[in-house]
Design a protein around this ligand. Structure first.
Ligand code: CP
Ligand code: NVA
Length: 320
């Protein structure tokens, strides 16, 4: 049985197989196969969502399934029933589950105890469906593979979205620059998990402003200078400064990340015609400015639409 719990656990070959199958779902939306006919899937969400919720509800229906949306606070999970008991009950009734929650261990445990195909729809650790969509969107828009390209992530480089980007870079062979203050760099432990085998204990080098590592077939660069990080990039990317669950740190984050806004100055550093993406929701004037968001709205909202098509490809791959 296949799950999609993280990009850390997914091979580059599996990512490529999914990416290469998306165009047929996007191009034949009304006529493609319905491999989930007769099945019931559930979305179990402990955090807010617009794109992920709607794209999975619509996509699972288009694949033939009936769909339940379960807000975790409305089921006994929200009152403390263990995830493994919830999983053992739902696994006897459902055919698959899509989970958005805090702890990565909860999606892992759900998959294990439910015995049904399980998708990570965002945890504190990873957002795998988002990054597969972003890569599909890049390749669709440019007509070129992501291998060998330069992706610059600007902002909170220690949250779920850049983590999934790191695993993808190592497995699909591109350069990922993480432009952030040192306090928002990914941990050495995460770098090692992404495939860095050299000394990546950047905390021991107290004044380093740039660190560059080989990871698998890719390159990971941690860099404080956001303009330098953007130079000759093929894709500039950002995410919110205050991820869900970090609201208590909002004031400090807005202050410490204020120099890491994706704006026209950074776009001017990137390759001519470089793409700008945002996983959304966007907070204008914070991680991206209004003019840059609007100038690249076609890419950004195609990226949002592509969640639907990519996730259908993911689920169809899981149940094949
Ligand atoms: N990008 C993303 O996952 O959006 P939602 O939080 O609206 O699902
Ligand atoms: N890093 C963000 C992603 C939102 C889609 C969060 O976790 O809130």
């Amino acid at each position: 049985m296949k799950h999609l719990l993280s990009l850390e656990e997914m091979s580059g070959a599996d990512m490529r197989e999914i990416l290469d199958s998306v165009a047929s779902f996007k191009g034949h939306r009304a006529t493609h196969a319905r491999p989930l006919a007769g099945q019931t899937w559930a979305l179990i969400f402990s955090k807010s969502s617009t794109r992920t919720r709607v794209s999975f509800e619509v996509g699972l229906r288009e694949l033939g399934a009936d769909v339940l949306f379960l807000n975790a606070n409305d089921i006994q999970l929200g009152r403390g029933e263990p995830i493994r008991d919830t999983a053992r009950v739902l696994g006897r009734m459902l055919h698959g589950a899509v989970i958005r929650t805090f702890a990565q261990s909860d999606v892992v445990d759900f998959a294990r105890f439910s015995g049904i195909p399980t998708v990570n729809a965002l945890t504190d650790d990873e957002h795998p469906c988002q990054i597969l969509t972003d890569i599909f969107t890049f390749e669709e828009a440019t007509g070129q593979g992501i291998a060998g390209k330069v992706v610059t992530f600007v902002g909170d480089a220690a949250c779920n979205v850049p983590a999934s980007w790191m695993f993808a870079a190592a497995k699909l062979g591109f350069e990922l620059r993480l432009a952030a203050p040192r306090a928002y760099w990914p941990s050495p432990e995460l770098l090692r998990r992404a495939g860095v085998t050299s000394d990546c204990d950047w905390r021991s080098r107290s004044s380093a402003v740039t660190e560059r590592f080989t990871a698998g077939s890719g390159v990971l660069e941690l860099i404080e200078d956001v303009r330098l990080a953007s130079r000759r990039a093929d894709l500039l990317y950002t995410d919110v400064w205050v991820s869900m669950g970090k609201e208590e740190e909002a004031a400090r984050r807005l202050k410490e990340l204020s120099g890491y806004q994706l704006n026209a100055d950074l776009v001017g550093q990137a390759k001519p015609g470089a793409l700008v993406m945002h996983c959304l929701p966007a907070y204008r004037g914070k991680e991206i400015d209004e003019a840059t968001l609007e100038a690249h709205a076609n890419t950004i909202f195609t990226e949002a639409e592509n969640r639907l098509h990519v996730q259908k490809a993911i689920v169809a791959w899981m149940v094949r």
